[in-house]
Design a protein around this ligand. Structure first.
Ligand SMILES: [Mn+2]
Length: 363
């Protein structure tokens, strides 16, 4: 068994606010044999991603669930929260796998031998409105995740953790190779969708040589990237376009154009007829403006709070800013929730916090 240091490389200093480490692993981190043994020894497995799963959480869940089912396991792929319309296809390949779990008490240890929690560090990311006492009845669980989190997040049986992986989908591909699992068309599609989702179709800073090699391997096994692009990026509704039109009208710039922000309000949803999930990816619009180093998307969550998504360019750390506001995520893509009810209030609070988190330069 490799030591944690060998698996993750030598320890690096924590990045300072406003700075990002750009160290790259050329060798993929592989799951421990013990991890694979725990995964393959369970007969009844529940696979579930974080709350309101994105393409990576759903793709990784669907691929792992489908592969384990091919290996003769009784598998349930669970969903907590809402699935964006353009991601529904990931769960339609085998609808019998899908189940919604509104609360942790529905995921009982008596019904499953093992849970696998993907694309987050544990149950509190799957059911963020529940506390530790609500998780007592869960099955023992494994974690597969590429988010940065400290190793003192305990509770799992074993963890496969690679913060340098572009996506959990990339890590699940390595797991399936470790299990000698078959890469059937639904597995290939789900894995490519997961990796493509989290890398912005291989355009973002997390697109490493490792993630490209993993994707290339999936393509050489028969994966259809064009088909995944059609389903992920070219299957939106007219209502989403109406919503985008309204949201784009709110774009504003701060700090001499280095910070760009956009709003999504409950009123816009009513006017457009779109669903809240139709706004997935809107943060890419303020990010796409020349000179913007920090893009911010404020979204009223319908429950009296505002979800704030951050995207930054090197060397600005979205993660450091999100952590400073009580959230977390990746270096260049992070988020937090502000307990205020309107985007305007959340913007004012964000700008006052930003003064301490992102030092103002002479312009
Ligand atoms: Mn992910």
């Amino acid at each position: 068994m490799t030591s944690p240091e060998m698996k993750h490389g030598p320890p690096r200093p924590a990045p300072a606010i406003g700075a990002v480490c750009r160290v790259r692993n050329e060798q993929p981190v592989l799951p421990d044999p013990e991890f694979l043994a725990l995964l393959s020894s369970a007969a009844r497995v529940l696979v579930i991603g974080h709350f309101n799963p994105d393409g990576d959480a759903l793709g990784a869940s669907a691929a792992l669930g489908e592969a384990l089912r091919d290996m003769g396991r009784a598998v349930t792929v669970g969903v907590s929260g809402i699935v964006a319309p353009n991601l529904e296809f990931l769960l339609q390949a085998c609808p019998c796998l899908r189940r919604e779990f509104r609360r942790p008490s529905e995921a009982r240890g008596t019904d499953w031998d093992l849970a696998v929690i993907v694309d987050c560090h544990g149950p509190d990311r799957v059911w963020p409105d529940h506390g530790r006492e609500d998780f007592a009845g869960l099955p023992p669980y494994l974690v597969i995740d590429h988010h940065m989190h400290s190793d003192d997040v305990r509770g799992h049986l074993a963890i496969f953790h690679d913060p340098e992986a572009s996506s959990t989908g990339e890590m699940v591909a390595r797991v399936l190779k470790g299990l000698n699992s078959a890469f059937t068309p639904p597995v290939l599609e789900a894995l490519l969708a997961a990796i493509a989702s989290d890398t912005g179709f291989f355009t973002q800073a997390n697109t490493s040589a490792c993630s490209l090699r993993e994707a290339a391997d999936l393509v050489s096994r028969g994966g259809d990237l064009e088909g995944v692009n059609l389903k992920l990026n070219q299957s939106f509704s007219p209502a989403r376009m109406r919503l985008l039109h309204l949201s784009l009208g709110t774009m504003e710039f701060f700090r001499g154009g280095k910070v760009a922000a956009m709003h999504l309000t409950g009123e816009m949803l009513e006017l457009s007829g779109a669903s809240r999930e139709d706004s997935d990816g809107f943060v890419d619009f303020p990010r796409s403006v020349k000179g913007v180093e920090l893009a911010v998307f404020f979204k009223e969550d319908g429950r009296g709070r505002v979800k704030v998504s951050l995207r930054s360019r090197y060397p600005v750390s979205a993660r450091a800013i999100a952590v400073g506001c009580g959230g977390g995520g990746h270096e260049l893509a992070a988020a937090y929730t502000d307990p205020v009810s309107t985007c305007r209030e959340a913007t004012d609070r964000f700008l006052s916090r930003l003064a301490g988190l992102l030092p103002e330069e002479e312009e």
